[in-house]
Design a protein around this ligand. Structure first.
Ligand code: HEC
Ligand code: HEC
Ligand code: HEC
Ligand code: HEC
Length: 214
């Protein structure tokens, strides 16, 4: 009996730990109670900042029921990584309409305000602009060099031209579309249990070494 109770307690703790690993309380919790000081009146919805059940932005094919306009004009030119040692081809996020575009709809240095396609609560679809007081300091990948100074995205994997990469990628999700490296190859947008939103531990650079045989 005692063993059963201990087991039940352990299971309860596991459930609590799993629940805590989601959006709630993470830096992607932009609700009123999430600590990110979002200025949308009485908005305690977690998902609405990225998803909507109705009237979503279907142009964003890489992320489901997407509730945001991606500031695509920021990314139409010259923002793909290049170098003399790159074997594959990196793309800009807009050209490939990849999941990275979804991330960059916030991490793009636009501090003026953010737009939701379908505002929360009662009423028909309406565009709602909101201000997140942390946007002034939100990590901005759209610096003067665009994405040219960031790890390449859009490169196809596995990449036969590159013997420095494992043909079979272990532990790391190489995301859609078409098996390319994207933000989500390294980050899990819903889960910050390995800071900062990493898909797997990078202690001893293990995440890097899952792809690179260096
Ligand atoms: C900061 C933005 C963001 C927030 C907030 C967010 N999501 Fe997502 N979600 C994404 C992105 C980007 C994808 C597509 C990539 C992926 O699958 O991780 C996605 C994919 C999904 C998917 C489909 C893929 C899967 O993992 O099953 C579901 C379901 C989902 N989200 C549910 C939710 C729910 C429910 C909430 C609120 C509790 C939420 N999301 C909050 C960005 C977000
Ligand atoms: C999901 C797989 C994956 C992961 C994880 C990954 N990389 Fe890469 N990395 C790639 C691919 C694909 C390329 C492009 C290779 C090519 O075409 O030359 C690349 C390229 C590079 C390059 C060379 C760029 C150039 O100009 O030649 C460096 C350096 C690099 N990655 C470092 C890292 C580091 C550091 C980490 C961990 C933080 C990491 N990578 C994690 C897939 C990955
Ligand atoms: C709706 C806006 C929004 C979207 C979309 C979004 N983020 Fe964020 N993200 C934030 C905010 C707000 C923060 C907290 C401020 C900061 O640390 O920059 C943050 C922080 C982060 C951090 C830093 C976490 C830390 O602990 O320091 C990472 C990494 C990150 N986001 C990755 C992503 C990735 C990858 C995607 C796409 C899959 C994404 N984000 C999509 C708003 C967003
Ligand atoms: C190859 C793996 C990899 C890819 C691809 C990647 N990141 Fe990261 N990212 C990391 C790692 C590892 C860290 C933590 C180390 C650091 O701070 O640079 C990080 C840190 C961050 C941070 C925290 C602030 C900072 O600059 O350190 C943000 C925000 C972020 N990434 C967003 C993104 C977005 C958006 C994309 C896609 C455009 C992306 N990342 C693509 C591995 C990656």
């Amino acid at each position: 009996m005692k063993k059963v109770m201990i087991l039940a307690l352990v299971l309860m703790l596991v459930v609590v730990a799993v629940a805590a690993a989601g959006i709630r309380g993470s830096k992607h919790d932009m609700s009123n109670s999430g600590g990110q000081n979002t200025r949308v009146t009485n908005q305690d919805d977690l998902c609405v900042f990225c998803h909507t059940p109705h009237g979503s932005n279907t142009a964003m094919t890489a992320a489901p029921l997407w509730n945001r306009t991606a500031n695509q004009s920021n990314w139409t030119t010259n923002s793909a990584y290049t170098s003399t040692t790159l074997n594959g081809t990196a793309t800009g996020p807009y050209t490939s309409n990849a999941i990275s575009m979804a991330c960059l709809s916030c991490h793009d240095g636009n501090t003026a305000g953010e737009t939701l396609v379908n505002g929360p609560g009662s009423g028909t679809a309406s565009v709602l602009t909101w201000q997140n007081s942390v946007f002034g300091t939100i990590a901005n990948l759209n610096d003067a060099a665009g994405l040219t100074n960031d790890h390449p995205i859009g490169v196809l994997m596995p990449n036969a031209a590159d013997t420095g990469l494992y043909a079979t990628i272990q532990n790391v999700n190489v995301s859609a579309p078409g098996g390319t490296v994207q933000c989500s190859s390294c980050h899990d947008v819903h889960n910050n249990s390995i800071v900062p939103f990493l898909v797997s531990s990078n202690s001893g650079s293990q995440m890097c070494l899952a792809c690179h045989n260096k």
